[in-house]
Design a protein around this ligand. Structure first.
Ligand code: MN
Length: 195
């Protein structure tokens, strides 16, 4: 069962990246750029998780979590701070403000889903990865199924990183190339099924 995740983040790039990664793993997302909108959305919806930036215009993340944890209808929803201020001492300040945990920016696509899903009940996490279905005990060992090789070609390292982080957990081999020459060299070596 997918989770419903509210993202409160005033940086549009961060918001889009988080929403994109969560959606890629089957979760429903709602993104808002400020605390007021976040509280309104939280009051409306049956949410499973809230990701909240600390530094927001008008209302800080600290105020957002204070209001959510002070509301008996909402206080069970985990609220995770997403903040660049990962300095010594901030962890205590964040946790004592009522947050259930925090993720440090910059967001690392390869780690983000696992970090976020740690705050969800097991039934709402995306399908287990890298665990092949177990064969019946009597059956002869099956040859390990090889997934397709997908060669990614993009001159933006961020795009390569996002796409690779989404495909690899599903078992695909994902060579990457930043340009045409590199792509041709890699294609000859890796014999991709898809470019
Ligand atoms: Mn911010």
């Amino acid at each position: 069962m997918p989770a419903r995740v509210l993202i409160i983040e005033d940086n549009q790039d961060n918001l889009e990246l988080m929403a994109y990664l969560l959606a890629a793993f089957g979760h429903e997302t709602l993104g808002v750029p400020g605390g007021e909108e976040g509280l309104a959305a939280a009051a409306r919806g049956s949410l499973d998780l809230i990701l909240c930036d600390i530094q927001l215009p008008a209302m800080s993340g600290y105020e957002v979590v204070r209001q959510i944890k002070g509301d008996p209808r909402l206080q069970r929803v985990p609220v995770v701070a997403v903040t660049a201020y990962a300095m010594v001492g901030d962890r205590d300040k964040i946790m004592s403000a009522g947050f259930d945990g925090y993720l440090a920016k910059p967001i690392i696509p390869e780690k983000f889903i696992e970090q976020v899903e740690a705050f969800l009940p097991a039934g709402q996490r995306s399908a287990p990865r890298e665990i092949p279905p177990s064969a019946p005990a009597e059956a002869a060992p099956l040859p390990r199924m090889k997934r397709a090789t997908i060669l990614l070609v993009d001159d933006s390292p961020a795009n390569l990183s996002v796409a690779r982080s989404i495909l690899e957990p599903f078992g695909y081999d994902v060579p990457i190339a930043g340009g045409v020459e590199e792509a041709l060299r890699s294609a000859r070596q890796t014999r991709p099924d898809l470019v």
